[in-house]
Design a protein around this ligand. Structure first.
Ligand code: TRP
Length: 456
């Protein structure tokens, strides 16, 4: 057995597409995207987001997959074998840290979705908008319950990875992803046919350019695009390392980005029409609780709403777990490449992530000092999301673009992606994007945001 085969390979191209889309599609699409649209002023955010996905992030997705497949390694080693005796491996190490950091708050939110399976199925969460919103705030303020839930999510994630990922992820993704898509379409149809839906659609699709007052909206759009596509921390380097040399990577990347974007946009078509059909709805005030306050009310208006609600939160939990798997797989693969036994790596990492999850759990009302942190005026979980999504991932992406475009070289990447006569349409355009457009655009956004924040 070759070394490559021993590390594991995807069974098929479609299996890879669904597994990578499984990583990409998650809470970021259905929980995060509508929340960011609400904070970012509606349709303006949607336009900026689409720009970031297609012009900045898609080229980086291709770059990560190329680097992963070429090196056949997890992030730290991928940089180290491609350019030995240089400090570039540090970029991989930052990615590993980002994986641990993101997982620590992601598992808390995934725990909420698991609990909401039960709450919607039993009809526990119902009543007036105030009651539904109040139910959510009371539930998340229960630190003990939420720690158990986060622990359960991490335990399931660890168990799947322990049992060998590829068979598990690939097979589960093939069933779950189509089911999620069908359910999302049905819910969007329901949302769009609600009375008063048009105000929500207008908010979602008609940009009010006069409302762009702050560069931080662009920074948030960029961070959201990186997060949603699982970019900037070497997750796609790792998934790319399990690709066979005969796979057409660029086309597969197109499918992954397309599916991810479709799911995010559909989530908006569910939440905004549903939200605006409720009197006094303020999308900007939703925060982390947005979908948990709005969706139960949508389910309450539907025949069979309990079943629909439970099915929705089951699928959202599964989508979250195909993402947590990929988040835990990156640090695990990094430690395994350092010679750790896989089992030990998984146990240690799960413990570390769980410990780091505690302040996020307690920041939703249980502990006042964490729920509204002095100085930043936000809760610890939201602060984590901003630090990792809006800063760490774009900075990681910037360094990956520079590495692939200039240090390893765009030509080497193109040769890798066209190996065996596979077509790479738009290879020249990609080279221009990865060498010039991505670094300049990311750097611009980062600098402008920093100036805005620190008043320079
Ligand atoms: N993309 C996932 C989501 O949208 C989250 C995720 C999984 C992620 N793996 C990642 C984000 C790696 C950044 C990097 O929910």
């Amino acid at each position: 057995m070759s070394a490559q085969a021993a590390r594991g390979n995807w069974g098929s191209r479609i299996g890879f597409i669904l597994a990578a889309a499984g990583s990409a599609v998650g809470l970021g699409n259905i929980w995060g995207f509508p929340m960011q649209v609400g904070k970012g002023g509606g349709a303006i955010f949607v336009v900026l987001y689409l720009f970031c996905v297609f012009v900045i992030c898609f080229p980086i997705l291709v770059a990560e997959l190329a680097l992963g497949r070429s090196s056949g390694k997890s992030p730290i080693e991928a940089f180290a074998v491609t350019k030995p005796n240089t400090p570039w491996w540090v970029v991989g190490a930052l990615g590993v840290m980002a994986g641990v950091g993101i997982l620590s708050f992601y598992s808390v939110i995934a725990g909420w979705t698991v609990a909401y399976i039960w709450f919607t199925a039993t009809g526990a969460v119902a009543g007036t908008p105030e009651q539904v919103a109040g139910y959510f705030s009371a539930f998340v303020a229960d630190g003990g319950k939420n720690l158990v839930l986060a622990f359960a999510v991490l335990g399931i994630t660890a168990a799947i990875i322990l049992g060998g990922v590829r068979e598990g992820i690939e097979r589960a993704s093939k069933v779950m992803m189509p089911a999620l898509l069908v359910l999302l379409v049905l819910l969007a149809i329901r949302g769009l046919t609600l009375p008063g839906a048009s105000a929500g659609v207008a908010y979602y699709l008609k940009p009010e350019w006069s409302e762009v007052t702050n560069i931080s909206v662009l920074n948030a759009a960029l961070g959201q695009a990186f997060f949603s596509l699982s970019l900037g921390m070497g997750c796609m380097i790792t998934y790319g390392s399990y690709l066979s040399k005969s796979t057409s990577v660029v086309g597969a990347a197109g499918w992954v980005a397309g599916l991810d974007t479709t799911v995010a946009l559909l989530a908006g078509f569910i939440i905004f029409p549903a939200g605006f059909s409720i009197a006094g709805f303020d999308p900007a005030a939703g925060g982390p609780g947005l979908i948990f306050a709005v969706l139960p009310q949508l389910f309450a208006t539907m025949p069979g709403g309990h079943l629909f609600g439970a099915a929705f939160f089951i699928l959202l939990s599964l989508a979250a777990v195909t993402s947590t798997i990929s988040l835990l797989e990156v640090p695990t693969a990094a430690l395994v490449d350092k010679g750790w036994p896989r089992k030990k790596a998984i146990y240690v990492l799960t413990g570390v992530v769980l410990a780091l999850a505690i302040p996020s759990v307690l920041s939703q009302g249980a502990v006042a000092g964490l729920s509204r942190m002095p100085g930043v005026e936000m809760d610890f979980l939201s602060l984590m999301a901003i630090v990792w999504n809006n800063w760490a991932l774009p900075i990681g992406g910037l360094l990956i673009a520079i590495f692939v475009g200039w240090v390893w070289g765009a030509d080497h990447a193109i040769a890798e992606l066209s190996a065996g006569g596979v077509a790479f349409p738009g290879a020249r355009l990609w080279a221009v994007l990865i060498k010039y457009v991505c670094p300049v655009a990311i750097l611009f956004i980062i600098i402008m945001t920093a100036r805005g924040m620190f008043g320079g």
